[in-house]
Design a protein around this ligand. Structure first.
Ligand code: HEM
Length: 437
């Protein structure tokens, strides 16, 4: 998404008509709709969400690119209510009452589409069958083999910079990492990893390059599926999706495979980057950086609560008029998930309380029927944990090379990840030098 300064004023042409979420108030909390764009989603999201909550309550009217109105759910209970009721709050984007306002080439089209035959917009029994089919394909990935692949790739990437004494951990490590392991278990050629990673990042940030990135990912997935057809190759995820189609068409499977790359890569890369940032900047973790495996798990879980890779996400559409958090919701209204805001909802969290350790009741993986599949969550955790642990094992004196205030976030109100994470360490010789794959 192209960043724009939040503005309370809108010219006549762009003011939403009466009946839109941007104009429908909830008693004394009406206020003006909040543009879902601007630098504060990067620089101070927690303060921003607290302000929105104070002004608008648990469900706030927001404006998407092009001043298209929607609701942002900031309340933990309200988000639970919506994710637990897929009949009233559907994933069927066709029913959106704002399609007439969506312009040609809308920057958010890759995030909010219609007529897209992927699991994301499938409902009812067909969704349940499809989710099971994807879970079956992902569950056959052996966690030990996955960890082995992940450690090998981590070593190879570290070998690429360990003699230099400095590196940008995002560009050289976190970003190339998940997609290259995922590419291997899905069945993509190894040398396609960097291009897949670049496309996945462009798409997640929703900028000008998002459309081209989406095309590239489809074409890559299409060639992979074509290469798997009628061949007795290794039983990777793509081959399993083709063997157990669950009655879904090739086009539908193509969309699912593309989603598995997109959903799996950027969020896991940002989980790695945000966890390393926390460990390198917070004194609670600094003392146990080297070999502190328990603290790695704690840092990763804390990130899912406090600095989640998916700060806001799409969403559900109301199938009839209803109310949520004292807001009148109209049939066809879009409700966005304020994941970061709900995770810090003061009604379920004591002021300032950190929820780490084993408490994983955060919303970072969603909830309910459409939550991130458990097998996918495990894959994400195995990858992120291997990446952090191997890096800290190999470079035990790793430290931040710039003041923490200089660390910038990527310009997106959706994903939350670092632009760079410059670190320093004692240069060491490469220990492996083997090619991954
Ligand atoms: C830190 C890493 C990850 C995070 C934070 C994350 C988060 C999410 C969220 C918030 C949703 C949407 C839930 C909803 O709409 O209710 C989702 C859905 C999904 N995720 Fe993940 N995810 C991660 C990693 C992965 C990985 C590694 C994969 C694949 C291997 C994956 C596959 C999927 C799929 C297929 C869905 C759609 C499920 C459905 O519609 O039924 N995710 N994820």
């Amino acid at each position: 998404m192209t960043p724009a300064e939040p503005s309370a004023e809108h010219d006549g042409a762009s003011v939403p008509p009466p009946g839109c979420p941007a104009h429908r108030g909830g008693g004394d909390r009406a206020g003006s709709a909040v543009p879902l764009s601007g630098p504060r989603f990067q620089t101070e999201p927690s303060t921003l969400y607290d302000e929105i909550r104070r002004e608008h309550g648990a469900v706030a009217p927001v404006l998407l690119d092009g001043d298209i109105p929607a609701w942002l759910i900031l309340g933990y209970r309200e988000l639970h209510q919506v994710t637990a009721d897929p009949v009233l709050f559907s994933r069927d984007s066709e029913i959106w009452n704002q399609w007439h306002r969506v312009p040609e080439g809308w920057p958010l089209a890759p995030l909010i589409s219609r007529g897209q035959p992927s699991i994301l917009y499938t409902t009812g029994d067909r969704h349940r069958v499809r989710a099971e089919m994807i879970s079956d394909a992902l569950e056959t990935v052996d966690p030990f083999v996955l960890r082995h692949f992940a450690e090998e790739l981590a070593d190879e990437l570290i070998d690429g910079f360990c003699a230099e004494g400095t590196a940008d951990i995002i560009a050289r490590y976190a970003m190339p990492f998940p997609v290259r392991v995922l590419a291997k278990i899905y069945g993509f050629p190894d040398d396609q990893g960097p291009a897949l990673a670049a496309a996945a990042i462009d798409l997640a940030d929703g900028g000008d390059r998002a459309h081209a990135a989406q095309r590239y990912l489809f074409e890559a997935a299409e060639s992979l599926l074509a290469s798997k057809k009628n061949t007795a190759g290794p039983p990777d995820v793509a081959a399993r999706l083709l063997r157990n189609t669950g009655g879904f068409t090739e086009e539908e499977i193509l969309h699912d495979l593309t989603l598995l790359v997109i959903a799996g890569h950027t969020l896991t890369a940002d989980w790695i980057g945000n966890s390393l940032r926390l460990m390198l900047t917070d004194h609670r973790f600094a003392a146990s950086l080297s070999g502190g495996r328990r603290s790695v798990a704690e840092a990763m879980n804390e990130v899912l609560w406090e600095d989640t890779p998916a700060q806001n996400a799409v969403g559900r559409w109301a199938t009839r008029d209803t109310s949520l958090g004292n807001r009148p919701i109209k049939e066809g209204d879009l409700l966005l998930f304020g994941i970061a805001a709900a995770n810090r909802d003061p009604r379920v969290r004591a002021e300032g309380a950190l929820l780490t350790g084993g408490n994983n009741a955060h919303f970072s993986f969603g909830h309910g029927e459409y939550r991130c599949p458990f097998a996918a969550q495990e894959i994400a955790e195995t990858l992120a944990r291997a990446a952090v642990e191997v890096l800290l094992d190999r470079l035990p004196d790793l430290h931040l090379a710039v003041p923490v205030e200089e660390l910038e976030r990527r310009p997106s109100p959706w994903a939350r990840g670092l632009v760079t994470l410059p670190v320093g360490f004692d240069p060491t010789p490469a220990v492996r030098g083997e090619e991954f794959g």
